[in-house]
Design a protein around this ligand. Structure first.
Ligand code: FAD
Length: 289
């Protein structure tokens, strides 16, 4: 089923995310995680695409396994570390496996290489146009409530975001944020720019203290003092940190839904127990399946 159809319905949806195994890791173990995640009955499950492009086969396999459990699958696809030919090959694999949903991304630019080479797509918008030509896929894209780190201004970032929507992106998923006001402000600005596709709010349950440091260094996210206090107090106690991280994510989600943001994506990162704990906290708010 196409994610655009799911997001059209006037009801709360909760989706989850997985990442594929590293090269040389047992794919079967990851298929076990797919089964665990599928039991939670998320609205859909997405699978990321390795930054180096080397594990692309695994993304296709995992997306296929998700569909086999009767849960709509999204395969992420990046283009910065692949040639156009490689990207076309993956699109054809997805088509032949009946995977209908692609999250089209540029990916991070690999360090110490010339980018883009003539046989590479430069921005996600070009990949979106290519996927649109290649078949009847539902195409999603990424957006950044705090602005993409490379964009000089939010205004510039929103102009390029609108180009992605105009090129055929049917919904957007946000980068994680830890203060809902950032999302609400972003939504206001995006709507003013004419970006009127569904925007799925991406929530990262932070369940260990190291994750916070990594998140800040990688994405430069603003982390509210309320959250820093949790890490300071519980960071050394893994069980308490996990419980507090789940509670924080739950609180964020309840506030979002209460304010009319119906579509939530949990960056559950291969942790079905964390996704399950959040869903249990929302058992009367989100009707599964
Ligand atoms: P783009 O939309 O191409 O934007 C990148 C930058 O270029 C922005 O600053 C934008 O303003 C600018 N820009 C866009 N178009 C133009 C233009 N025409 N001219 C000039 N400037 C332009 N990474 C992975 O490796 N694998 C994944 O599976 C993955 N999944 C993700 C899922 C989500 C929901 C999100 C939010 C991010 C994900 N990422 C993933 C990270 C993503 O690949 C990086 O954030 C990357 O740096 C940008 O990708 P993009 O698709 O947003 O790029």
């Amino acid at each position: 089923m196409k994610v655009s159809q799911i997001l059209k319905e006037d009801k709360v949806t909760i989706s989850c995310e997985m990442f594929p195994p590293k090269q040389g890791t047992m794919l079967e173990n990851y298929k076990g995680i797919v089964a665990e995640m599928a039991k939670l009955k998320p609205a859909y499950l997405s699978c990321t695409y390795g930054a180096t492009g080397g594990t692309s086969d695994y993304t296709v396999e995992i997306a296929d396994a998700i569909n086999a459990h009767g849960i709509p699958a999204i395969a992420h696809l990046t283009c910065a570390s692949s040639t156009k030919e490689k990207v076309d090959t993956v699109i054809n694999q997805l088509k032949s496996r009946g995977i209908e949903n692609i999250l089209a991304l540029r990916g991070d630019i690999p360090e110490n290489v010339d980018f883009p080479l003539p046989n590479q797509y430069h921005h996600a918008v070009e990949l979106i146009a290519q996927i649109k030509q290649a078949g009847d896929f539902c195409i999603g894209g990424a957006c950044y409530p705090e602005g993409h780190p490379e964009a000089a201004t939010m205004e510039e970032d929103l102009i390029h975001l609108k180009e992605k929507v105009d090129a055929g992106c049917e919904y957007l998923t946000t980068q994680m944020f830890f203060d809902n006001n950032i999302y609400y402000n972003f939504m206001y600005k995006a709507l003013k720019k004419g970006i009127d596709v569904p925007v799925v709010a991406g929530i990262m349950p932070v369940t260990n203290a190291n994750q916070v440091k990594r998140i800040i260094s990688l994405s430069g996210n603003l982390v509210p003092s309320k959250f820093i206090n949790i890490v300071d107090r519980f960071g050394d106690n893994p069980d308490a940190m996990k419980q507090a991280g789940i509670a924080y994510a739950t609180e964020q989600i309840i506030d979002l839904i209460a304010n009319g943001a119906n579509h939530i994506h949990i960056y559950s990162m291969n942790k079905p127990d964390v996704a399950e704990a959040i869903m249990n906290n929302l058992s009367y708010i989100y009707v599964r399946g």
